[in-house]
Design a protein around this ligand. Structure first.
Ligand SMILES: [Zn+2]
Length: 407
């Protein structure tokens, strides 16, 4: 209803009310004798404007910091400066923050170490290592990434394996694989058929990681809803509407299941590599399936980055999962300094407080992101209330072991 129509409509209701008062002496506006009051019909509301406030009166626990040091295994402090059709290109990097921007928040939240996964390779990697890891060796760690723009050269498998060795020499502590593998990288780099995750061109790269004891942090596929049409049945409609480029429905995209199966074939072929399957094994909506994978692959770990929204809406299943796999789960947030495009990931005190509240308290029905509206789906979450023995492992000990950090 437009403003004008609404005003006209209200004035008619008002006039009827006055008539009723004049005729009967009743004090109820709009009420005819013997008839209940007519409810005022609400205006139609756009979904994007809907910001309901919970009327639940339940405890709110503020957890400012964990008593012991935390390792955040999943952050993005630098990125490859250039990309083509979703594939990172070249060695240049851009810095999203400096250590001085980050250290005060890290100190307040008791984060001992942040792992910058997207350190790129070559010259860019060296710069990232210099600025973060060399300047503050006990606070930052940098991972390298594949040089996909070299994928076409005939000696790519060897070159890539050697490049891992060079990255290790430069100080990189692990390898990060973006979802570009499986969803963007093509046989002609940006054209041709999509390259499969278990493509043998990468076998030497994985083995090189095992040889240098560099864990591989790997993002495969995306939430199941990203593979479905963006329609009224899609539970992540608003998120996909905000980021239509995150939709992998149609075209020549493989299904979520095909991507995970290709990943699993690759995991099976490389049992000596420690794989950190990011975003809760990239399948947080289906913990039974993540559980099967962890049982099958002793070399697989998961982090919880950007998935407290999923885990916190199934708190009973999630809690059992944390109990069973307490040695395989790592703390990660996917924090991006100034990352306003992804409200669930903006590096801030608030972001860490949400994660701590989720893991440590039994609070009910709270926001999973520091944002006015839940950005990944219209729901709220419940805390897991994990005991200290599990928290120690998830916050610190598991990462320390897998990343090879000394005391
Ligand atoms: Zn990430």
């Amino acid at each position: 209803m437009s403003d004008v129509n609404r005003r006209q409509w209200l004035s008619r209701v008002g006039a009827a009310g006055v008539a009723a008062v004049a005729g009967t002496g009743s004090s109820a506006m709009g009420q005819e004798p013997g008839k209940p009051p007519q409810p005022v019909k609400p205006e139609r509301l756009a979904l994007e404007d809907f910001q309901p406030k919970s009327m639940l009166h339940v405890p709110e626990t503020k957890v400012s910091q964990w008593r012991f040091p935390v390792i955040d295994v999943h952050t993005h402090l630098t990125f490859c400066a250039r990309g083509k059709n979703g594939v990172p290109h070249g060695e240049e990097i851009k810095f999203l923050a400096s250590p001085d921007d980050l250290l005060p928040v890290m100190d307040r939240k008791n984060i001992r170490l942040m792992v910058n996964l997207t350190g790129n390779h070559g010259k860019g990697l060296e710069e990232a290592i210099q600025r973060f890891q060399q300047a503050h060796p006990d606070r930052f760690m940098v991972f390298t990434e594949p040089g996909y723009d070299h994928f076409n050269r005939p000696d790519y498998p060897r070159w890539q394996a050697d490049e891992i060795g060079r990255a290790h020499q430069a100080g990189a502590r692990g390898l990060k694989v973006l979802k570009a593998l499986g969803l963007y990288l093509r046989e002609g780099v940006t054209s041709g058929p999509l390259v499969k995750i278990d493509d043998p061109h990468f076998d030497l790269m994985w083995e090189s990681c095992a040889a240098f004891k560099m864990p591989v942090a790997i993002h495969i596929s995306d939430p199941e809803a990203f593979f479905l049409p963006i329609d009224r049945f899609n539970e992540r409609f608003e998120e996909l509407n905000n980021h239509p480029d995150w939709s992998f429905h149609g075209r020549d995209f493989p299904s979520n299941r095909e991507l995970l199966e290709a990943r699993n074939r690759m995991f099976a072929r490389h049992p000596k590599v420690a794989f950190i399957a990011l975003h809760f094994g990239n399948n947080a909506e289906n913990l039974a399936s993540v559980s099967e994978c962890l049982d099958r692959f002793p070399n697989m770990y998961v982090d919880l980055a950007a998935r407290v929204g999923e885990l916190g809406r199934q708190p009973r299943t999630a809690r059992k999962f944390f109990e069973k796999y307490q040695d395989r789960i790592m703390f990660g947030t996917d924090a991006v300094p100034n990352g306003t495009m992804t409200p669930q990931q903006v590096f801030s005190d608030k972001l860490y407080e949400i994660y701590y509240r989720f893991l440590e308290t039994e609070d009910e029905y709270f926001d999973y992101a520091p944002a006015p509206k839940p950005p990944q789906g219209r729901w709220q979450i419940y805390g897991l209330g994990l005991p200290e023995s599990i928290l120690r492992k998830v916050y610190y000990e598991n990462a320390k072991r897998v990343l090879g950090i000394g005391d």
